[in-house]
Design a protein around this ligand. Structure first.
Ligand code: ADP
Length: 459
């Protein structure tokens, strides 16, 4: 039972093969027995052999249904029963039968392994006892044996032969078992090694993938940096060259407005447009220059409200946008470079207004549609260290994918944008010891918050 329970698929197949061989051998033996019975004209022998061979069908069917254990048991019982009956028949046949029985025991021991084998030995002894007592009580027809040896000697000899056969079979089966176990251990070891190799392969592939990804990232970073370095050089040179013609245009505009104070409305409109575009161009140049090189600023203690107001003078909010200022009173001064932080705050205001541009035009006549709020207070968490200034708009908002790339240089969604405003703003804010954060709800608006240091921050 134990063996069956522990045996694996391969063992089962082997056992099945051997059991079926045994059944077929037994059928052949039965055929031989029938011929013998006909030869001796022995009806009893004929009946026993016929019944035995019919009974062999039981282990055969059990085997087909994969009940290996029960099939083996049946086979043993039939063999013992048949041998016992045949042993009662006559001397010649009895010798043949006992010899056949030993063969069967050897095969069965091989097939069924040691625990079955013990059972076979037990049953053999029962069979021998049966013969002994049967003889003693005169149940069987007995005849003296070859060379005048008595039945008792014969039975003792048979018992010894049984035991020797049992021992031999046991040793043989142990050897077979050991070699099987060795093979199984080898197979298990190989499977383990293969599994380890598979795992190592998978790890290796994963590592290669990771490294490839890192390499790609580094390469992209390198390309971006190269692009940015070239852009920086170009921006530095071109920016300086463009500043001069722009300031000439600006001065000329100023002069024109001075000499034509009563110019027709259309002309004044064009003046305003030229001024606005000059401002835009100037902002782009400033962004480019700032990006090319973040200059070491001149930090000083600066009042927050003054920073907000001077920014709004430099970057006026267009008509149609309702501006709300909510600046907390008694705020401590921030330690910043005012010019740089004006630039940053200005970028945020310009972006906010641009995000509300379509809203403004589509909602013509609807008052307060585009709203910009600049709120400043002290951070509730670390109130003594930071002042925050939030620029809150009711514009288009920013999609989650764009949120990830917001501060990347050259990232823009605008037709005329260059995508440096926020990258520069972050650089400048960090250079002033502060930080910048963005929150947004697509379709509802965005809030950009500047955290500015109250104490002296690193430059
Ligand atoms: P640019 O203004 O030249 O596009 P920025 O770096 O200033 O460059 O802005 C990058 C992008 O971030 C913008 O193109 C826009 O898509 C988005 N963005 C910035 N501010 C806002 C805002 N307040 N509302 C919606 N989108 C914004």
């Amino acid at each position: 039972m134990n063996i069956i329970a522990n045996s694996d698929h391969e063992d089962d197949r082997q056992l099945k093969r051997i059991l079926s061989t045994l059944i077929w051998i037994s059928w052949c033996g039965s055929f031989f027995g029938i011929i013998l019975s006909l030869y001796y004209r022995d009806v009893r022998l004929f009946a026993v052999v016929l019944a035995g061979s019919a009974l062999l069908g039981v282990p055969f069917v059990l085997l087909k249904r994969r009940h290996l254990h029960t099939s083996g048991m049946f086979l043993m019982l039939i063999m013992i029963g048949m041998t016992t009956f045949i042993a009662t028949v006559g001397q010649g046949i009895r010798d043949l039968a006992v010899f056949g029985y030993i063969i069967v025991i050897i095969f069965a021991g091989l097939a069924l392994n040691s625990s079955y084998f013990k059972l076979c030995v037990g049953l053999s002894l029962v069979a021998v006892c049966w013969l002994v007592f049967g003889e003693s009580f005169g149940w069987f027809v007995t005849t003296p044996f070859i060379g005048g040896v008595t039945n008792w000697f014969y039975l003792a000899g048979m018992t010894i032969i049984f035991l020797i056969a049992a021992l031999a079979v046991n040793l043989l089966s142990m050897n077979i078992r050991k070699s099987l176990e060795r093979e199984r251990a080898e197979v298990t070891r190989r499977e383990k090694v293969e599994e380890e190799i598979r795992q190592l392969n998978a790890e290796l592939e994963q590592r290669v993938e990771e490294r490839t990804r890192e390499l790609q990232g580094a390469q992209e970073q390198l390309v971006r940096q190269e692009k940015l370095a070239v852009l920086g050089q170009l921006a530095g040179g071109v920016g300086h060259e463009l500043r001069n013609p722009l300031s000439v245009i600006n001065s000329a505009m100023y002069y024109l407005k001075m000499v034509q104070p009563d110019a027709p409305a259309k002309i004044q409109d064009y003046h305003a447009k030229i001024e606005q575009e000059v401002r835009n161009a100037d902002k782009i140049i400033t962004d480019l220059l700032d990006f090319a090189r973040v200059k070491g600023g001149q930090q000083e203690q600066f009042p927050v409200d003054k920073l907000v107001h001077s920014t709004l003078v430099r970057f006026p909010v267009p008509v149609g946008v309702e501006l709300t200022l909510d600046l907390a009173e008694h705020l401590p001064m921030v330690f910043i470079d005012p010019r740089q932080m004006e630039q940053v705050l200005g970028n945020l205001v310009v972006n906010a207004c641009q995000a509300m541009a379509t809203q403004k035009s589509s909602a013509t006549g609807v008052k307060n549609c585009a709203q910009l709020a600049i709120i400043s207070d002290q951070s509730p968490v670390t109130s003594d260290q930071w002042v925050r200034i939030s620029v809150k708009d009711t514009g288009t908002g920013i999609s989650p994918e764009n949120m990830q790339r917001l501060f990347e240089p050259l990232f823009t969604t605008k037709a005329r944008g260059i995508g440096l405003g926020l990258a520069v703003s972050r650089k400048l804010t960090e250079a002033n010891g502060g930080r910048i954060e963005a929150e947004s709800e697509p379709g509802k608006g965005s809030t950009f918050t500047l955290w500015l240091p109250v104490n002296e921050g690193p430059l």
